[in-house]
Design a protein around this ligand. Structure first.
Ligand SMILES: Cc1cc2nc3c(=O)[nH]c(=O)nc-3n(C[C@H](O)[C@H](O)[C@H](O)COP(=O)(O)OP(=O)(O)OC[C@H]3O[C@@H](n4cnc5c(N)ncnc54)[C@H](O)[C@@H]3O)c2cc1C
Length: 394
């Protein structure tokens, strides 16, 4: 590819990557990644922390000042304001992510639905919050979705219960449509994903006729998802709506493999990392080939895939800030991608998870586990922070 190098972001530029961080914040991030790089601490940490929280030890303050501060925006939407404006100064948008997990009561589902709607209202007319997000398991019972996925017969009560999930989903997407705030539906475990996909396609059919509002998520660590995405594109084209595609590799690999092996069915996961990478990049190519019909969010911390997407845009002479192309990362991770891409005028946004500390602990534990030395991300994060500390002579 013939590309002029000055148009490409430099992911090694740590000055731009950490411009928003004070010296003290940078040092704190360094020690945090050092600590969570310990596999032992990351294994023991969740047990000890949950125990302390459950017996009421006052450790919330310590959590809030450390790991929570690195990966979350605050305990409420209002508390996220500082993070939103900090990201925005670097040209990076915020994706408010209400991260309460594991609650299974109708009342809580209604409350979560109302809170997701509040994120859309907060985003309306604010360019610093260009997209919003939610999880279907935030508004519906996991076991119910599992039953539907397995095509088990539902009782009359369960049918009514699922109708409520559908109505909550529709209320969220309708608000997004009315307020012109795009919304993404996260992908979850394979054994509940079919009803999620069906709901998402239904919402796109309803709300994506005049432009992009609803995105579904396609996990390329699944060997069937590239084909599914292409099939959905054909459905959208025939039906006359824009397909919203968030492409990710996938977050539940170990769990997926274990369940498949425990229950004796073929694993839905790709045979190796290379195969996931291959399909991820193929999905990017496909979406860019059909840029008028597909709106893409590339949710990734992978430098090669991010670079590939910049090349594809260059190759096809598509504007860096084309409204159908977004790069997305998680708060507290891969700032070298987010801020250098934003500096080169690409559309970039970061998930900013928020919620009461106790409720977002599962999310924080996942981030910690992803950042152990075994998972490999720490090396990247620590190396970049070290380089910036050296550059600042700290
Ligand atoms: C903005 C954003 C939104 C996200 N939304 C979702 C979501 O809705 N649902 C969801 O499930 N995840 C989501 N994720 C998480 C995502 O799926 C990945 O877990 C995470 O981003 C790491 O992958 P990566 O592309 O950044 O790059 P990398 O670090 O290059 O890839 C790591 C990933 O590759 C895959 N992988 C690793 N080893 C193997 C192997 N041996 N065989 C096959 N595959 C392998 C796994 O998916 C692993 O997570 C999101 C991530 C981001 C940044």
């Amino acid at each position: 590819m013939d590309l002029s190098p000055n148009k490409q972001p430099n992911f090694d530029n740590t000055e731009i990557a950490f411009r928003q961080k004070t010296n003290a914040e940078l040092k704190q991030a360094y020690w945090l990644f050092k600590i969570i790089s310990s596999n032992f601490l990351t294994k023991v940490g969740p047990l000890v922390t949950n125990f302390f929280l459950n017996i009421g030890l006052p450790i919330q303050g310590a959590i809030k000042a450390t790991i929570f501060k690195q990966f979350c925006g605050g305990e409420s939407i209002a508390e996220c304001d500082q993070t939103i404006s900090q990201l925005s100064k670097g040209g990076v948008g915020t994706i408010l992510d209400y991260s309460v997990e594991g609650e299974e009561e109708e009342l809580v589902f209604d409350e979560t639905c109302a809170e997701i709607i509040r994120t859309i209202l907060r985003a309306a007319d604010d360019n610093s919050i260009p997209i919003t997000v939610f999880k279907i398991t935030g508004i519906g019972r996991f076991a119910l979705l599992e039953k539907i996925n397995a095509k088990d017969a539902l009782s009359a009560l369960e049918k009514a219960e699922f109708e409520k999930v559908r109505l909550r989903c529709e209320m969220i997407c309708k608000t997004a449509f009315d307020k012109k705030v795009p919304i993404m539906i996260d992908a979850e475990e394979t054994w509940i994903q079919n009803p999620i996909d069906e709901l998402a396609l239904d919402m796109m059919r309803k709300f994506n006729r005049e432009g992009i509002i609803v995105y579904n998520t396609y996990q390329m660590y699944r060997h069937d998802k590239l084909a599914d995405m292409q099939a959905d594109h054909l459905i959208a084209k025939a039906d006359g709506f824009v397909l919203g595609v968030k492409v990710v590799r996938g977050a539940y690999m170990e769990k997926e493999r274990k369940r498949a092996s425990d229950l004796g069915y073929p694993s839905p996961i790709q045979p190796d990392k290379q195969a996931s990478d291959h399909d991820y990049d193929a999905a990017l190519r496909y979406c860019i080939d059909y840029i008028d019909e597909i709106a893409l969010v590339a949710g990734t911390h992978n430098e090669d895939s991010s670079r590939l997407l910049t090349y594809l845009l260059e190759e096809k002479q598509i504007a860096h800030n084309h409204p159908h192309v977004y790069f997305a990362q998680l708060l507290g991770m891969s700032d070298n991608l987010s801020f250098n891409l934003a500096d080169a005028q690409y559309n970039v946004a970061k998930y900013v998870p928020y919620g009461p500390i106790k409720a977002v602990m599962p999310y924080l534990f996942r981030r910690a586990q992803e950042n152990t030395s075994v998972a490999g991300q720490t090396g990247r994060e620590l190396g970049l922070i070290e380089r910036e500390l050296k550059r600042r002579k700290l």
